[in-house]
Design a protein around this ligand. Sequence first.
Ligand SMILES: [Zn+2]
Length: 510
Amino acid sequence: MKRWTRIVMNGIILSTIAIAIKSLPNIDKNPNLFHMDVKEKSSEPRTQYQIQAELDHQQHTIRASETVSLKSKSSQDLDDLVFHLYPNSYNQVETMSNMLAKPDPKLIAKEIQKNPSLTKKDFLGDIEVKDVSIRGKKVTYTQEKQVLKIQLPDPIQPNEHVEVKIDFVVKIPYGFQRLHYRDDFYSITKWYPILAMYDSKTGKWDEKPYYPDGESDFSELSDYHMELKVPKEMTVAATGTEKEDINQNEKIIQVNAPNVREFVFFASPHYEKETRKVAGITVNSYYDKRNAQSREIAVNGLNMVEKALSFFNEKFGPYAYPEFDIMETRVLGVNMEYPTIIQMGDYSNKATKLSFVHELAHQWFYGMIGNDPYQNPALDEAFAVFADQYFNEYDTKGKNGFKHYLSDKNESIVRLPGVINRPLNQYGPNEYGKYIYGKGGIALIDLYYKVGEQKFDQIMKTYFEKNKFTNATFANFFDVVSQVAGKENADYIKKAFSLPDYHPTHLQKR
Ligand SMILES: [Zn+2]
């Protein structure tokens, strides 16, 4: 996400669907179903999600069933499984994201005036788990505080596989947040029960609800396959690659998304797309076909992504997926990144700030190299800010690059006294953006100037090569800096991100 704060950056914003249940594709008959397309490191088998879903365009709900096949990573017997129920963060205004427009009474009144069939309840959303079963037998579960806890009838032993089937219904909120519908546009993100992270050291599941500031979804790379039913007029784009079949009045979309951290989709009857091949990757830019300006902005985004994707391929390492999608949506406040797809705002709204390159950069920092964005929020955001400015440096031959970026930063950001990287709950009011995006990005520019471009590129390539398709920590990054550029540089950048009173000393300003 790129935060929409004038103080911190020079203009940034961030930026859903339902289902009927039929038989799933038989993976035994097609063992390659989940293992195609993406170059990967051989490691533990990944958790597999098979989702069948139907979008109800009248009720604005998704009825779905997911079968999750996983292997226990615990060294002890496991008595329960925990899944996050993030859509329940939309069941009250207080737990919705502070980075995006919230349905306060004024906004609700304005929207109801435009659309009198709306009621206050429509602005809230949630997820209700209807049934959980293992090997065809119902099991007991609880759902509270954004967490689904499943009691296992028989404990799972270390390395044992289990397959759990969860039936659920998502009520999509009308609105502006990551998960929403509005103006016939659906953004379906953070929408299904996703397996929590298990800490094998403490033997505990991560039961944290979604934090209202920043992003706090932390998950393992998994393989997804979804069969989605939508009204036939809908155009759908999702994480991974899509294939569609039209059957009388409905459309069935098959989506295949191996080796990704989460799974989202977007749908609207108003989508049109522009497509281009970039370095062998299909890049699609979806926009509202009713609006001439939308197409222009979509093409402009495609042009930027075309250049930046090639640049990041060269500077960090190759984008590993066959497709990348840029979506115009009705999110309001910031733009958001998801694996292989980004959520932009309303192109017809002049106030919309668009951060195509920043969200693309997240494919490397968050997507391919993962991190815990609650504990280490700077590990993806500061790197995406840096990458965006690095691209500007290259694209404008230095005119609108690092020096321009630094000249826009007021000294109070450069000289902020606190620690840049902290767990999300340790930032004071209005601190998060200034530190993570502002000073975090500056710290990496500082390192760039300190070690020089060649060494810096070598650091980033080595960091990517060693950590792609894993969840990295800052320690992994510091190790690479030490290996490539020596201990003194590693200590310098470690202090920059982890200790107070870091003052950048190598910045080259105009
Ligand atoms: Zn971001």
